[in-house]
Ligand binder design. Sequence first.
Ligand code: SAM
Length: 211
Amino acid sequence: MRLRNIKGARERIANEEKAMETPKEYKGKWGQVFGNNNSIHIEIGMGKGAFITQLANENPDINFIGIEKYSSVLIRAIEKLPLVKNNNLFLIRMDAEEIEDIFEHNEVERIYLNFSDPWPKERHAKRRLTSKEFLARYHQFLTKEGQVIFKTDNRTLFDFTLGQIAIAGWKVESVTFDLHNSKYLEGNVMTEYESKFVALGNPINRVVIYQ
Ligand code: SAM
């Protein structure tokens, strides 16, 4: 998702105390940033932030961080911050390719990847957020019991992901090719893209993995 360039977006991020740009200085210090040692769950490629803000509201005892590459998109998530009644959400503008520079070993308990960009050209496979290269990055900072939860309507990207999971030696806790007609639907929080695709009748794939 790329919205048109919004004038002043970078300044708005700089002026928002709950938003930051590639905060490498907080690596290993997120407990201090949140002011507690609660588990940290992150969403990479959060888009306009509906999913992560709902999770932050519903789970006051978990710390959430939403990561988005484009400032023009991230400011849409910033606009939702007043709706979050708990002090448990930060937003980061950065390219996830640098993600291991901002989290320390064992610092993150869960990673959500929702409707990640497919990067259909084979030469761009390494940019897919579920590639073995990204799984190796997640391995750097995910706790031993930590999970990656991936949802997509894109079956080609999903099949690629299942292959990468096997190559990287991760384990599958659960998998479904039609989340909304499965036993896993209870407790599912919809993302902006998910709402659109479900309305179109597209099946949603979901896999939960651990190391
Ligand atoms: N997760 C949201 C949803 O389900 O509604 C948005 C999905 S949208 C298709 C993918 C988002 O991931 C876009 O906002 C895009 O800018 C972001 N994104 C893609 N690659 C990224 C990267 N390397 N680092 C951070 N964000 C990225």
